[in-house]
Design a protein around this ligand. Structure first.
Ligand SMILES: Cc1cc2nc3c(=O)[nH]c(=O)nc-3n(C[C@H](O)[C@H](O)[C@H](O)COP(=O)(O)O)c2cc1C
Length: 171
């Protein structure tokens, strides 16, 4: 009840980085594995588990590996600025980018709806985690997907759905 009461969007971020354990907990809350059969903290249509979480930080771009509970390096460049059209994205410590791997999803008429819904659950997990840890967050659809896909060097069957900025609130 308390985290639901405190869930909210914030668009002002202090520049401080998240401690590694806090980042690890955030990603586990977002879409970590919570059962021995490999299922996750968020539901996914037909259990596709098709959403990958990329993390753009000053140190570069990383991919969350839920099985190993680890961040895999993808790019060394700081691409935070390319993750959205709002100015705070360039300086906030963390931008999560939710990317559907269409090779793991079905090819029916509902695929687009389902991948978007799957991201919604993950994003809400992040919102609730942020409420519990007094972090600031905003989910974002306002993204130049063509240029961000290029900056991230995504494959053609990877589709950017939404992004979400996280950081400490500005005092
Ligand atoms: C699918 C989706 C896309 C959104 N895109 C943006 C965005 O691009 N930029 C932004 O500042 N907020 C974005 N928001 C946040 C909404 O503006 C925000 O949730 C709404 O104003 C309600 O505020 P609250 O989250 O504090 O309840 C988005 C929210 C959703 C669900």
């Amino acid at each position: 009840m308390q985290v639901l009461k405190e869930r909210k969007t914030t668009r002002e971020f202090a520049p401080g980085k998240l401690r590694p354990q806090l980042l690890s907990n955030l990603l586990w809350a977002a879409f970590g594995i919570n059962r021995p059969d490999g299922k996750r903290t968020a539901p996914s249509a037909m259990n596709w588990q098709e959403i990958d979480i990329y993390i753009a930080m000053a140190e570069g771009l990383f991919l969350y590996d839920a099985k190993e509970n680890r961040l895999d390096p993808v790019l060394e460049q700081d691409i935070r600025q390319a993750t959205g059209s709002q100015t705070f994205v360039a300086t906030a410590p963390l931008n999560l980018i939710y990317v559907a791997d269409l090779s793991k999803a079905g090819s029916g008429p509902e695929t687009e709806l389902f991948t978007a819904a799957d991201v919604g659950f993950i994003s809400q997990n992040v919102y609730l985690f942020c409420a519990s840890e007094n972090l600031a967050t905003v989910v974002r659809g306002s993204i130049d997907r063509v240029s961000l896909s290029k900056a991230m060097k995504l494959r053609p069957n990877q589709k950017i759905i939404l992004a979400q900025t996280v950081g400490y609130p500005k005092k």
